[in-house]
Design a protein. Structure first.
Lengths: 115, 115
């Protein structure tokens, strides 16, 4: 079956530090990959996505590159801010038939950025 | 356009009581999903609908859980009778089949506490 494994948190960084949150996946075919972010007390919202190998998704200074050879989609940001404190979820949808919209999520990584 | 709207935001009830959670998806979206989030298990897909028809309910934990979508703008998730282990945040999400990938739009969640 499909699965997503992301690094366990929590991750605590100082403002302006470099961030990496690792994500690897298992899926048949050619999945689409996503990072969702959940700010305290809110629902999840899409941060970025990539739909094919070697695509780079980017948004709000965050980036992730779809690496098919290593089945990875690591999230990076060069300089984090206090406002980036949130839970980050890696996710995939299989690119097949009726399950195209069935997201499989990783367990989430809590990021805390201190001033 | 308004986002996905869920109610209630918070619910505290006693074991054995019936709980009904409600969701209004984004207008025009034809997929609707119910997820449950707990610390132990992360985000779990309970059930999803396409054009108001349940497609996959394999994630529904047991017969105490039921979900309906009587029309394109309303869905309910019911737990009867509720148990303390049902305590979680329940998220509703919707998506549009004509989008390029399976991007989901989440509501703010309903936090359920069963005493």
């Amino acid at each position: 079956g499909n699965s997503v494994t992301q690094m366990e948190g929590p991750v605590t960084l100082s403002e302006e530090a470099f961030l990496t949150i690792n994500c690897t996946y298992t899926a048949t075919g050619y999945p689409s990959l996503f990072w969702y972010v959940q700010y305290p007390g809110e629902g999840l919202q899409l941060l970025l996505k990539a739909t094919k190998a070697d695509d780079k998704g980017s948004n709000k200074g965050f980036e992730a590159t779809y690496r098919k050879e290593t089945t990875s989609f690591h999230l990076e940001k060069g300089s984090v801010q206090v406002s980036d404190s949130a839970v980050y979820f890696c996710a995939l949808t299989p690119n097949s038939g009726g399950s195209n919209y069935k997201l499989t999520f990783g367990k989430g990584t809590l990021l805390t950025v201190n001033p | 356009d308004a986002g996905v709207i869920q109610s209630p935001r918070h619910e505290v009830t006693e074991m054995g009581q019936e709980v009904t959670l409600r969701c209004k998806p984004i207008s025009g979206h034809d997929y609707l999903f119910w997820y449950r989030q707990t610390m132990m298990r992360g985000l779990e897909l309970l059930i999803y609908f396409n054009n108001n028809v349940p497609i996959d309910d394999s994630g529904m934990p047991e017969d105490r859980f039921s979900a309906k979508m009587p029309n394109a703008s309303f869905s309910t998730l019911k737990i009867q009778p509720s148990e303390p282990r049902d305590s979680a945040v329940y998220f509703c999400a919707s998506s549009f089949s004509e989008s390029d990938t399976g991007e989901l739009f989440f509501g703010e969640g309903s936090r359920l506490t069963v005493l």
